[in-house]
Design a protein around this ligand. Sequence first.
Ligand code: PAF
Length: 283
Amino acid sequence: MKIITSVKAMQKEVQMHREAQKSIGFVPTMGYLHEGHMTLVHTARKENDLVILSVFVNPLQFGPNEDFDSYPRDFERDEALAKNNGVDIIFYPQVEEMYKDSFSFEVKVVNKVDVLCGKKREGHFDGVATVLIKLFNITQANRVYFGMKDAQQVAIVDSLIEDFNFPIELVPVSTVREEDGLAKSSRNVYLTEQERKEAPRIYEALKSAVSYVLNGEKNTKTIQKSVEEHISKYTSGVIDYVEVLSYPELQAVQELSGKTIIAVAVKFTKARLIDNITFDVEA
Ligand code: PAF
């Protein structure tokens, strides 16, 4: 496994593989890798000749009061995990090279951002889109792998690829969960012991809401309320949002029909957890 830290060296390496007709699978990450990331790597490994994983904590997608400085980082651990799971190249650039002082552009996402995390984290998806435009150009990948845990990100990347004509296939991969149902996340380490016990109740709330829908409940507000009540009753977390939307359009609807997402964000003492469930509602 190679570790490449400069953009030029990465571009040179990629060019060589493209000339040799190798297919490239790309897994963008902010490091502190966990099983969720490894599932993306395993899927990419099966579908491509070469697997590139980037580790870059992107300052542009953190707000002024968010956890950029304290975001967990452990490159040695990431390196070992990547190596043992079949990554061929880690791209590990520095902020100074990715965003030079002379950087002259601003990317603005104008659709699908006024809901869910986009509504709460102004500018977050502008930062995500900016770094992905750079990473797609640098890695020249054929396929890019994203976890459905951040379903809004997947929906926005889908539009990014479409709108800017990137010749790259988006491969969404199902959320990886702990045995008790908690979605894996780098931020789970910040839960207290008690919060960690409560956190699986979030997914439980989502699953029971889906069963109400399958039993005939189509009213968005009723579904939303059932999720809120479950989370408030069984956890000490503070609900940031519970939203029920069409997917991947992320449009509010009154009566459910077609592909739907229920997505939540819950704040605990030191961690804000997100989770979602997508499902089809028959008309
Ligand atoms: O999902 C993430 O970890 C980040 O948003 C991404 C896609 C690596 C961009 O920085």
